[in-house]
Design a protein around this ligand. Structure first.
Ligand code: HEM
Length: 237
């Protein structure tokens, strides 16, 4: 697998199969999200929600593939992350673009996990078509408590497994702790969002558009990173 992913790519002269494949997947899931936005704009709620779920699935495949490729070093994270251009461009262009890209990816993932259940909670299905309900949308205090305690329970379980199975669980404990903390913070943020945007339909439209714009920007930054790494400034061997 490692040798296959390291073979010359098909998109750019200096690219690898691994880099090209992961870029193409990123392209596909972003376009699917944007098409899903188009369906929502045309008031086709059911096609919109189906495509959002498919794109979310593709995005997950992408992340697994990306992580797999990166951990194999295929995208050459060694040295200056495979960047072969001048120091000035590396410091002032490449690093800022890559940093913005990683921040947007994190935000996009968090928002997608928030928006999917919110979409179902904020809509009604009439005559086979999902429609947003224009009314106050609040999470019941009981549901809020159940979700928070479930997150706490899952974290405790993972922590216990790490302690039982690893010799040095510190690094993994911090990483999992941060992941569960982020999930709990996003759920906690719901209370603030409920105050700022009480109407469920308006909340879905405003946060949904923000999420879609973030996806479009992810496409721009990943294209820029790909072009810099494999077309404009590839590593000279
Ligand atoms: C990542 C997840 C999602 C995002 C980013 C998203 C985004 C959006 C956006 C931007 C709009 C408004 C379009 C516009 O006027 O510009 C919208 C409308 C809508 N969304 Fe979502 N959505 C998501 C998930 C869902 C899910 C899971 C459902 C489930 C039923 C859903 C149901 C709807 C409905 C019914 C509309 C209204 C369409 C109409 O105007 O009739 N969405 N969504």
């Amino acid at each position: 697998m490692k040798t296959l992913l390291e073979q010359p790519g098909f998109l750019a002269p200096s690219g690898t199969i691994g880099a090209d494949f992961s870029y193409l997947l990123a392209l596909v899931f972003t376009i699917l999200f944007l098409v899903a936005w188009g369906f929502a704009k045309k008031a086709q709620g059911t096609r919109h929600h189906k495509l959002v779920l498919v794109s979310m699935g593709t995005m997950m495949v992408y992340f697994v593939a990306y992580y797999y490729a990166r951990s194999l070093g295929v995208l050459s994270f060694e040295g200056r992350e495979g960047f072969g251009g001048p120091d000035e461009i590396y410091k002032n262009v490449f690093v800022p673009v890559l940093t913005i890209h990683l921040i947007l990816v994190t935000l996009g993932m968090i928002l997608a996990f928030y928006m999917i259940p919110q979409g179902f909670r904020a809509s009604d299905r009439t005559g086979g078509e999902y429609r947003l309900k224009s009314e106050e949308l609040k999470m019941k205090p009981r549901t809020f408590k159940i979700i928070m305690f479930s997150i706490l329970g899952c974290w405790a379980l993972v922590q216990a497994l790490l302690l039982a199975t690893r010799q040095n669980p510190f690094g993994a404990s911090v990483a999992y702790g941060l992941i569960f903390l982020t999930v709990a913070l996003v759920v906690g943020l719901e209370k603030l969002i409920e105050k700022l945007l009480p109407d469920g339909a308006r909340r879905h439209r405003i946060l949904g558009r923000t999420t879609m714009i973030i996806y479009a920007l992810i496409l721009v930054t990943s294209t820029a990173t790909y072009l810099m790494l494999y077309v404009i400034y590839p590593l000279k061997l």
